[in-house]
Design a protein around this ligand. Structure first.
Ligand code: AMP
Ligand code: MG
Length: 520
């Protein structure tokens, strides 16, 4: 395994002068050098057989002792200098001060095939930023992160990637539901990979400490390496930066809404400055279409991070980023102007995306069909993924009644479809069928377009939980089955048809399926 190492973050930005790995406030530095923890009995459970090739690793390499050692934290590559990043963040709407990589350790950066990648271990032991926690991760949340990162990538959603998942052989104590029932669980490490893991919170910490010098260094570094299309100088450069981050963030959120992904903890430390989905914790997939739904029990009261609120929260977070960049710009109006455009830009992209989901021409105005389906989907519990996938079966010759029949698999309980809701479904379909009749494209063409944007397979919460239950017993087959399935989420895969199904009833209120906490 030979990498073309090209560390930049830990070469170009200021390091913590203290090398001791003790929990503390770290000032005037973007990171602290740390060494991953040696684990007692590392075992590779799964690697991403496609993604390894994107970073220049062969299958033979991935099965080597060296791979396991490096990506479980047991061997530091020569000439690499692992480090944990310093960042802050707003958690659930409140400034939380210094957070930082409490259990993430960046190993090294490489160049491969004109791409730049940073490798990071999650769960590899404590760092100066571990605060009161242990720096470790458990198997269940590591499986969730590993599978979902890759699934999101193949869905076309910007995301950090996951290279490999290993057991550490160490036990980790967790209180899953924070109710006093702590127990030992298997420890695990995920190696995740992205161009960079910089978050909004990396900027916020320096602004909060009025450390404008480090703030500027970090902003210049980020722009130079990851926003090299920005050519302006002076204040304009940072304004353009905010504009670009805003655009990438909008793009990411529109994708989330398209596939029904609910992040669960959109704190500013969990928003990537590159507009990538990052930090897969108590996330969940929408089953019944419901704007109010959140998988995160820690947020059950306020539902701040519910499905329908994600676009608003992303904007809220961009306000915090704009505040953090203010010292580099010192012009409120210019910053405000960028933020003011957020809503209109988001709505425009969202509408276009919904029209595509419906198989309609993106240039025409179909706002009443779009708002109509949003309302109709909420009348009775209707599966988001199955509805849109089955919608492609509806043809110009259908009647509202025959169309309803075609999508009826999406209803969790068809008996809920009473007089009133049936009337509303019929009236939406009447409008929809009339609209598709007016289109030039054939039913087949429309179906092909729709099936390229409406996934057939997503990582439903219960599916990940089944893989976790098996893995707990030492059987990892389902992890690979789901990984292979989710590589082609838009394709018909007859052998995997069983995964194109509604959430089973047993999973409705089960911990890990519909109820997840931040404990991981
Ligand atoms: P999260 O809610 O996962 O985004 O985490 C918020 C902060 O807590 C980040 O700084 C994490 O690095 C830190 N953190 C979460 N879990 C642990 C852990 N087990 N050990 C150390 N730090 C942690
Ligand atoms: Mg986080």
């Amino acid at each position: 395994m030979i990498f073309n190492l090209n560390d930049t973050f830990n070469k170009e930005l200021p390091a913590d002068i203290t090398q001791e790995n003790s929990r503390r406030q770290v000032y005037n530095a973007c990171y602290s050098f740390v060494t991953p923890k040696q684990t007692s009995n590392p075992e590779l459970i799964h690697f991403s057989d496609d993604f390894i090739q994107e970073v220049g690793i062969t299958k033979e390499d991935a099965q080597s002792e060296e791979f396991l050692k490096v990506f479980s934290g047991n061997k530091v590559l020569e000439n690499s200098h692992p480090y944990a990043m310093c960042y802050g963040g707003h958690q659930f709407g409140h400034w939380a001060g210094q957070l930082g990589d409490g259990r993430a350790i960046n190993l090294f950066e490489i160049d491969y095939n004109d791409k730049h990648w940073t490798f990071q271990l999650k769960g590899a032991g404590e760092t100066p930023y571990s605060r009161t926690a242990d720096g470790l991760a458990v198997l269940r949340s590591s499986i969730r992160e590993h599978l979902c990162s890759e699934a999101m990538h193949y869905l076309g959603v910007p995301t950090t990637r996951s290279l490999a998942l290993s057991l550490t052989g160490d036990q980790v104590m967790r209180d899953i539901m924070y109710n006093g029932n702590a127990a030992y669980e298997k420890g695990a490490v995920v190696c995740r990979v992205a161009p960079s893991f910089i978050r909004f919170g990396n900027f916020e910490i320096f602004a909060a400490r009025q450390d404008n010098e480090t703030l500027k260094k970090l902003a210049d570094y980020t722009i130079e390496h990851f926003y090299s299309n920005i050519t302006s100088t002076g204040k304009q450069k940072y304004l353009d930066f905010l504009t670009e981050v805003r655009n990438r963030t909008i793009d990411m959120i529109v994708h989330w809404q398209r596939v029904g992904f609910v992040h669960g903890v959109m704190n500013t430390d969990n928003l990537s400055i590159l507009g990538l989905t990052i930090d897969y914790g108590p996330y969940g997939w929408l089953e019944g279409f419901d704007y109010e739904w959140t998988p995160n029990t820690t947020d059950a009261q306020n539902k701040r991070y519910r499905f329908g609120n994600q676009p608003y929260i992303a904007m809220w977070n961009l306000y915090k980023l704009a505040n953090a960049l203010y010292p580099l710009i010192e012009e409120v109006d210019s910053l405000q102007a960028i933020l003011n455009e957020y809503e209109a830009l988001y709505l425009k992209q969202y509408e276009a995306m919904m029209k595509q989901k419906l198989g309609l021409n993106t240039k025409s105005d179909y706002s009443s069909l779009v708002s109509g389906i949003e309302k109709t989907l909420q009348l009775i519990e209707t599966d988001y993924t199955i509805f849109f996938r089955k919608l492609s079966l509806v043809t110009k010759n259908d009647t509202p009644a025959s169309a309803i029949l075609k999508i009826s698999d999406a209803f969790y309980n068809e008996e809920d479809l009473q007089k009133e809701s049936k009337k509303q479904w019929s009236s939406w379909f009447a409008q929809y069928i009339e609209t598709i009749q007016s289109l030039d494209s054939t039913d087949e063409e429309r179906a092909t377009r729709m099936n390229a944007i409406n996934p057939k397979y997503v990582l439903r919460n219960y599916m990940a939980q089944l893989a976790i239950d098996d893995a707990d017993k030492g059987n990892y087959d389902l992890i690979d089955e789901l990984y292979q399935l989710l590589k082609n989420p838009y394709d018909e895969q007859p052998t995997y048809e069983k995964w194109f199904a509604k959430r089973p009833e047993w999973a409705r209120h089960k911990v890990g399926c519909s109820m997840l906490s931040c404990s991981s």
